[in-house]
Design a protein around this ligand. Structure first.
Ligand code: NDP
Length: 507
């Protein structure tokens, strides 16, 4: 299947900011030549089936749906649309594999498979990175340098636990839960798969995973990798299809544990779906993180953290620093520097190695971002966008900065899940804490200050699962991640992530 390369006009950038000393309004004196990553490493097929019991199979009724490249709006492949009967087959295969094979294997044997998966992911990392960028719209430099290496790191890390479960929970015996039903979103497709599959398998569970409908392809390539690793049939099953299929998986009586990452609205439905059963549940939902900059912060470093916090992955990040809280005394200076920095952000072809902000994942998501940004303008916030050119086709949105935002504005309250930053100011640490915690969410936060004691004081009082100090969006498989309040419950990563997949018994 051929796909069209997006027609990108060369980057012309913005006018030079005054602080660059080029004379205000003068054009930035360089352009980036296109540096596209080769697509040929990915051998896209026209059709992909479900992955059940170690085999690729069509949906029971033969139905398919199309996965498109959001940067070109061109179809990439037809993907099987699972029916409830397919989910049933997948759950039965997972149950069989768990009872007869995987659950009974010594941990050291399970570890060998996980190490093999990690190694194969590293060997095939370019192929995975290119496919991930094509299917999701994220810049290649992010899938290449963040998503795929971190996905492999999770398999390495949990492989290390597989034969040490007796030491993970002192005095207790860790038993697998059984079959895990896992539903993942479209913003970090392979990484979320790794967060869910690696600890589940390390602890002796088998899984049925449903990827998001807009980004199924890296999970299906992972199915190929499972075959390559000789993983026993039924240990990993992948069913692609719409949200109803996810709900069917959640309600299936053969599932012992449900793990979900996605919107708070769907998280609520899932919680209702498992209520009254003895299924274990973890929910990793939305966020509206505050990135707080104090007047003593190293400003240039903070600017990089702010940019990384909200424009990384087009802002489609549950823990994005989408609310900038800046101390009033430095607000003008910081906003000036931020505008200068925004002028240098390159928006465009996700497969171009120079691209900083790629395509929004879907038309629906682009419409949601546009609607919320329009609401921000209508409510009186001040909008700034650099004058960068966008590709003619595809779902693109300019990096956006709002100033003059009030806590009551929709853009300060709703998760936008796009490259949109809402700026508020504060005078005292007390006010910063109050504003930061004034949200139904509680997933993450950032603090920028030179004062160590202030960091410790703030961390204690922030109601957020992860608080970064003088950095943002740092992930490591050894570190637990998860939220408070409407951001969900349960932790992924670290030994905490393992805990979510075991039943602890007395010795
Ligand atoms: P969803 O929560 O709808 O999607 C996440 C996953 O859940 C997908 O696999 C989806 O399948 C599946 N799903 C959808 N409906 C159901 C259901 N009723 N039962 C079981 N599974 C279901 O996110 P959206 O794509 O709709 O995005 C909407 C908003 O959610 C975003 O704007 C953002 O604010 C937030 N979001 C947050 C994420 C996070 O990491 N915290 C991730 C993604 C979105 P399918 O793709 O087939 O619909």
């Amino acid at each position: 299947m051929t796909t069209e390369t997006p027609k990108l006009r060369p980057w012309t950038g913005d006018r030079a900011p005054a602080s660059w000393g080029l004379g205000e309004g003068q054009a930035i004196p360089w352009e980036y030549a296109p540096a596209p990553e080769a697509r040929e490493i990915v051998r896209l097929r026209e059709r992909y089936g479900l992955f059940i019991n170690g085999r690729e199979v069509p949906a029971a009724d033969g139905a398919t749906f199309t996965s498109i490249d959001p940067s070109t709006e061109q179809p990439l492949a037809q993907v099987a649309r699972a029916t409830p009967a397919d989910v049933d087959r997948a759950v039965r295969a997972a149950r069989r594999a768990q009872r007869r094979n995987w659950g009974a294997l010594p941990g050291a044997e399970r570890a060998k498979y996980l190490f093999r998966i990690a190694r194969l992911l590293q060997e095939r990392s370019r192929e995975f990175a290119v496919l991930e960028s094509m299917d999701s719209g994220k810049p290649i430099k992010e899938s290449r340098d963040v998503d795929i290496p971190l996905a492999a790191a999770h398999f390495w890390y949990y492989a290390g636990w597989a034969d040490k479960l007796d030491y993970a929970f002192p005095g207790r015996v860790a038993r697998p839960l059984g079959v895990a039903g896992q539903i993942i979103p479209w913003n970090f497709p392979l990484l979320m798969l790794a967060w869910k599959i690696a600890p589940a398998l390390a602890a002796g569970n088998t899984v049925v995973l449903k990827p998001a409908s807009t980004t199924p392809l890296s999970a299906l390539l992972f199915a190929d990798l499972c075959r390559q690793a000789d993983l026993p049939p039924g240990v990993v099953n992948i069913v692609t299809g719409p949200g109803e299929i996810g709900m069917h998986l959640v309600r299936h009586p053969g599932i012992d544990k449900v793990a979900f990452t996605g919107s708070t609205a769907v998280g609520r439905l899932i919680a209702q779906g498992v209520a009254g059963t003895d299924k274990a549940l973890t929910l990793e939902l939305g966020g509206k993180a505050a990135n707080i900059v104090f007047e003593d912060a190293p400003l240039d470093q903070a600017i990089e953290g702010i940019v990384n916090g909200i424009y990384f992955n087009q802002g489609e990040v549950c823990c994005a620093g989408s609310r900038l809280l800046v101390q009033e005394s430095i607000a003008d200076q910081l906003i000036g520097k931020l505008k200068d920095r925004l002028a240098t952000i390159r928006v465009g072809d996700p497969l171009d190695k120079n691209t900083d902000v790629g395509a929004i994942n879907s038309r629906q998501q682009l419409e949601r971002i546009t609607e919320l940004v329009n609401a921000g303008v209508a409510e009186g916030a001040e909008l700034y966008q650099p004058a960068c050119e966008l590709p003619e086709r595809g779902f693109f949105f300019r990096p956006t900065l709002f100033t003059n935002v009030a806590m009551s504005h929709l853009i300060a309250r709703e998760e936008i899940f796009g490259p949109v930053l809402a700026t508020l100011t504060f005078r005292t640490p007390e006010e910063a804490i109050e504003k930061a915690n004034n949200t139904p969410y509680g997933l993450s936060a950032g603090i920028w200050t030179e004062k160590g004691s202030r960091i410790l004081m703030m961390v204690r009082r922030m109601r957020a699962g992860v608080v970064w100090a003088n950095t943002f969006n740092r992930f490591d498989p050894t570190s637990p991640f998860g939220g408070y309040k409407e951001s969900g419950f349960g932790r992924e990563g670290g030994v905490h992530g393992l805990h979510a997949y075991v039943r602890l018994e007395d010795r």
